[in-house]
Design a binder for this molecule. Structure first.
Ligand code: ZN
Length: 229
């Protein structure tokens, strides 16, 4: 399908789709735009900000100043386009319309042990740093980059807080794999063990460090020299 012009009056589409075209054709990937420019382009469209945010569900990367410190509060950065939402088929392939059924979402949560895969909190549990807030889990669909460059939209369990922090970002399996390769053999074995047990297993080094920290200062000072032997 030929890409329509964002301001073509004959092109019938919702404001999210038109905003996507506006970003591509007027702003350009990597560039910033302000809320004022957005509102000027779509006069009278209520909640156009929200329609732009909706694009993140389709793999579009659009950052606010909370995610990109170089931006002012008024600015956002259009980092990268996601699915071609103006093409109905492309949109259906990745978008919320193709969202998981409640049953499929539950299967994803079950696979992830009903914990947030980012911070490890369980559903309904209080956040340690904010007991007034309890975790709400949901299933996020995230564009994932594999080591061979392939991209695929995959599901994972996240709490609402982590989801807000990771919205629109890519899952970089390629970068994690590259980092794994740089580990020395002992760390590789350790990581393999953590993966197998699905949790970080404390090492002798961690245990000595924790015990050392609990010692009175004078005792710490006295045994410090053991490491110089
Ligand atoms: Zn979380």
């Amino acid at each position: 399908m030929k890409t329509p012009a964002w301001d073509d009056p004959d092109f019938k589409a919702g404001s999210m789709v038109k905003a996507a075209l506006w970003l591509v054709q007027e702003v350009g990937e990597g560039n910033t735009f302000t809320k004022e420019q957005l509102r000027a382009a779509f006069p009278g469209v209520s909640q156009i900000d929200r329609r732009v945010r909706d694009l993140r569900k389709y793999g579009w990367s659009i950052l606010a100043n909370t995610e990109d410190a170089s931006l002012t509060a008024e600015e956002q950065r259009f980092v990268k386009a996601g699915a071609a939402v103006w093409d109905r088929e492309a949109r259906r392939a990745v978008g919320p319309r193709n969202a998981l059924s409640a049953k499929a979402a539950r299967a994803v949560m079950e696979r992830d042990d009903f914990i947030c895969t980012v911070c490890g909190i369980s559903g309904g549990e209080e956040y340690p740093d904010d007991p007034n807030q309890t975790a709400v889990l949901s299933v996020t669909r995230r564009t994932t980059v594999f080591p061979d460059g392939r991209e695929q939209v995959l599901s994972l369990t996240e709490c609402k807080r982590c989801r807000a922090g990771s919205n629109g970002t890519l899952a970089r399996a390629d970068e994690v794999a590259a980092d794994m390769r740089t580990l020395d053999p002992a760390d590789r074995r350790r990581l393999a063990r953590w993966i197998e047990r699905n949790r970080r297993v404390s090492t002798p080094l961690d245990r000595v460090w924790a015990a050392y920290r609990r010692l009175p200062a004078d005792a710490r000072a006295e045994i410090r020299s053991v490491l110089d032997d």
